[in-house]
Design a protein around this ligand. Structure first.
Ligand code: AAL
Length: 413
């Protein structure tokens, strides 16, 4: 090996003196025409720009507490979660969400009764709130109550999202026919419609997006319906947890229709993601971009598909908003020049004490807009402090003991 070294140095020196092209110190905007490593090829080919500062699809997220919404003092009997996209109408912002108000906190999956909820989104209704600044929200009341048994949703209606189509409003939501946790979190999707965002809402009382046939990836659950308008049609992305209850893999699918009531046709390439709890997509340039938040190999990524179907990861992100529900001004304009967005709603689960859990709505801000530039939101580093690491992801006492014993045994060998 030591004999090889001088040869290596000679070769390097010869290379330098022959003035072979080297990668420049200042990263160029265009891919340089020199041999590149796979990583540097990717930096120019896959990403919107080779640095996060210029990558329109990279952002960090800032979070804010909302004002105006009370949670029964945090006793677990009132929860708000899974917000819809934010829509602007009549000089206000509107958001719809799952609202559970029950006499007791959730009892646990499958452990509910007729009046006691199993999960945080069991025995829930869809309510809405409006805001004039995006931070202070006024709850306005129920949009979609639970219909009587046996209509889909009799057990719970949850996780709504909104479509504005030809001047009318449509809410799509999970419609439970049994308590969540009976077998996984099974449910189909139904829809209500209204002439105004303030309602009154007319329920179709029907299943609008059907589960897949037995044995197919979306046999059991259709969650997080998320409508956009594209190519003159209604596109609805949705999530389904596949691969069994123990090794669950949440992935996304797509259905399209000419009419808000369907029939919805499933995309032949479904599932169109391999990861991702919850759905959040938006028109971007002539394609569609989306978040993959928690779960799966590609969690914490932003993805882009020129055709809205074949997505590739185009940014790694951190502290990604869960159940993200942005304010996307061109969500329903059928644009081929999607401009992105700068804020939206999210939720934080796991509030309250161990036996009294609930969820709160919150706001996030970001720079995923072609018309907005905040360099601070293009920086990748976070400072959590060591306490956060030890508290959130500390090694358990028992694992610590086991590791210590392993080390002793290893050293004794
Ligand atoms: C959420 C969503 C759906 C699930 C549950 C309530 O984050 O994915 O709505 O069913 O969790």
């Amino acid at each position: 090996m030591s004999r090889m070294l001088p040869l290596v140095f000679l070769a390097l020196a010869a290379r330098a003196s022959a003035a072979e092209p080297v990668f420049p110190y200042i990263i160029p905007d265009e891919k340089p025409d020199i041999p590149l490593s796979a990583a540097m090829e990717r930096a120019f080919d896959r990403y919107d720009a080779p640095t996060t500062y210029e990558n329109e699809l990279f952002t960090r997220f800032r979070y804010s507490r909302l004002e105006g919404l009370d949670y029964h003092g945090g006793d677990g009997t009132l929860s708000r979660r899974d917000p819809s996209k934010v829509v602007k109408a009549d000089g206000k912002y509107y958001v719809w969400y799952t609202r559970r108000e029950t006499t007791v906190p959730p009892r646990g999956p499958g452990k509910g009764t007729d009046t006691e909820p199993s999960t945080d989104w069991d025995l829930a209704e869809i309510w809405y709130a409006t805001s004039e600044d995006g931070f202070t929200w006024k709850e306005q009341g129920v949009a979609v109550p639970r219909p009587p048994k046996p209509i889909p949703g009799w057990r719970s209606v949850s996780t709504p999202d909104v479509l504005v189509w030809e001047g009318k409003y449509y809410l799509y939501y999970q419609s439970y026919l049994q308590q969540s946790g009976t077998r996984g979190d099974d449910c189909p999707v139904s829809m209500s419609y209204a002439d105004s965002p303030d309602g009154p809402w007319t329920p179709t009382n029907k299943v609008i997006i059907e589960n897949g046939p037995p044995g197919s990836w979306d046999e059991y659950s259709i969650h997080d319906p998320y409508p956009l308008v594209r190519d003159g049609k209604i596109w609805i992305y949705y999530k389904c947890a596949m691969n069994g209850l123990d090794d669950r893999v949440p992935v996304h699918g797509l259905v399209t229709a000419d009419d808000p009531a369907g029939p919805f046709e499933k995309c032949p390439l479904n599932p169109i993601s391999n990861s991702g709890h919850e759905t959040c997509y938006f028109p971007f340039r002539d394609g569609v971009a989306g978040f993959i938040t928690t779960d799966g190999n590609e969690h914490n990524s932003i993805q882009y598909a020129p055709d809205g179907i074949n997505f590739e990861p185009v940014a790694n992100v951190n502290l990604t908003p869960v159940a993200a529900a942005p304010y996307i001004p061109d969500a329903f304009t059928d644009t081929k020049d999607g401009r992105g967005f700068t804020w939206g709603m999210t939720h934080f689960t796991g509030q309250g004490s161990r036996d009294a859990r609930y969820t709160i709505l919150a706001r996030f801000d970001c720079d995923l807009s072609l018309d907005y530039h905040d360099r601070e939101l293009k920086k990748t580093r976070y400072w959590f402090g060591s306490d956060t690491y030890f508290r959130v992801s500390g090694l358990s006492r028992s694992a610590r003991k086991a590791k210590q014993a392993e080390a002793r045994a290893d050293l004794a060998e």
